[in-house]
Ligand binder design. Structure first.
Ligand SMILES: [Zn+2]
Length: 390
């Protein structure tokens, strides 16, 4: 628009200039028709137009399209490395903004080649249902040319490897107890169940830096039992016993790193000086940590009677839920001690997950009352910590 105005203006100017010259030529033209006046150089553009501010905003409607940031995958089913995918759960890819559907449906490759149908429950979630379900031991999904609705390509490449019949779901659960300095006189037991504040802060910063996302046990359950997507690199941070250090030391470090934990508390210990109290429990829950249950009195449950289980499992849950005003469904076995009767009692009282001391970096797909946890010790170096993770 501006350019055509400029051209028109120049044309007008040239016409005017030639007209003036004609006029000027007239007086001396009588005797000098054979002597045309020398053509002056055409006016230069710059001085004519630069100083002219346009008083009204120009209606240069043609809006330059604003491009969004590169889209990214924010959650999926399966997650990278899941080797116990349920045959009937579809591949679900959730992005942080709407995608060009055609670019996904054409650009996504599944190896070995798998027939299936696409669904788009919303603009940023692509769902692929494999015909006949996932049957192979190993699959790989890659994408090429996938872009957002405005044409911006994916921010990071996407590759998912998953399969059936393997060891488990790579959602590690880290296990901590007390977080404090130990003197040189500390014994082996203390060094097993304690981590230094510096060590803990370093480990949490590592998780945040490496793109790990803390999830709640209920999210893990929804993934394993319903195929709900999880963020990439999901991890659970569990902290047992409700020590005062959880409130004073662990909580600020987690908030700083943008991580949340599952805190397994013991109602009968609440308020003793070594433990946090009900008010702190409330505050920790409001900050986004999940409050789980670690029996009423920190009792080993293997071989206990139904009556004892009712109190340790049922009464503890009732007290926590009353204090928090919300359901508490995650459990942790004190000393890792349990048997079938314990699990039956947990189910009857409405628990949905329970954590053991089994030190594996992945979880079973179909046994949420036997979740594994990785022990972090006082001496665990950052390198060793990184190697614990899947
Ligand atoms: Zn404990």
């Amino acid at each position: 628009m501006r350019r055509s105005l400029v051209i028109i203006a120049i044309a007008l100017l040239l016409v005017t200039v030639s007209a003036c010259r004609m006029w000027a030529a007239v007086p001396g033209g009588f005797g000098g028709a054979e002597d045309p006046s020398p053509t002056p150089p055409p006016p230069t553009l710059a001085p004519t137009f630069t100083p002219q501010p346009t008083p009204t905003p120009e209606p240069t409607a043609a809006p330059t399209p604003t491009l969004g940031p590169p889209p990214n995958l924010v959650a999926s089913y399966p997650i990278e490395g899941d080797t116990v995918v349920r045959a009937e759960f579809p591949l679900t890819l959730e992005f942080d903004r709407p995608l060009d559907r055609g670019s996904v449906e054409e650009g996504l490759r599944i190896t070995p080649e798998t027939a299936g149908a696409w669904e788009w429950p919303v603009d940023n979630v692509a769902v692929f249902r494999p015909e006949g379900g996932w049957t192979q031991q190993a699959y790989e999904v890659t994408v090429d040319g996938v872009r957002a609705v405005d044409g911006v390509p994916l921010g990071e490449g996407l590759a998912l490897r998953f399969g059936t019949g393997g060891k488990g779901i790579p959602v590690p659960a880290l296990m901590y107890h007390d977080v404090k300095e130990l003197g040189p006189e500390a014994n082996d037991v203390q060094r097993t169940w304690t981590v230094s504040p510096e060590g803990f802060a370093e480990q949490m910063a590592y998780l945040a830096r490496e793109g790990w996302h803390t999830i709640y046990p209920a999210q893990f359950l929804a993934y394993a039992q319903e195929g709900q997507p999880l963020p990439p690199k999901p991890v659970m941070i569990t902290i047992d016993d409700g020590y005062r250090s959880t409130y004073e030391t662990v909580h600020p470090i987690l908030m700083e790193a943008g991580l949340r934990a599952v805190l397994f508390v013991i109602p009968s210990h609440m308020g003793y000086s070594a433990y946090f109290d009900w008010e702190m429990t409330q505050e920790l829950a409001e900050a986004g940590h999940e409050i789980g249950i670690h029996t009423l009195d920190h009792l080993a449950l293997r071989g206990e009677s139904a009556g004892v289980l009712d109190v340790q499992v049922g009464e503890a849950k009732r007290q926590i839920e009353e204090a928090l005003g919300r359901p508490a469904e995650a459990f942790c076995y004190p000393f890792g001690s349990y048997d079938e009767a314990t699990i039956t009692a947990l189910r009857e009282h409405g628990y949905t997950t329970a954590f053991t001391l089994n030190g594996l970096p992945y979880q079973p797909a179909d046994d949420p009352f036997r979740l594994n946890r990785l022990l972090v010790r006082y001496e665990t170096t950052l390198e060793e910590f990184a190697e614990l993770l899947p």
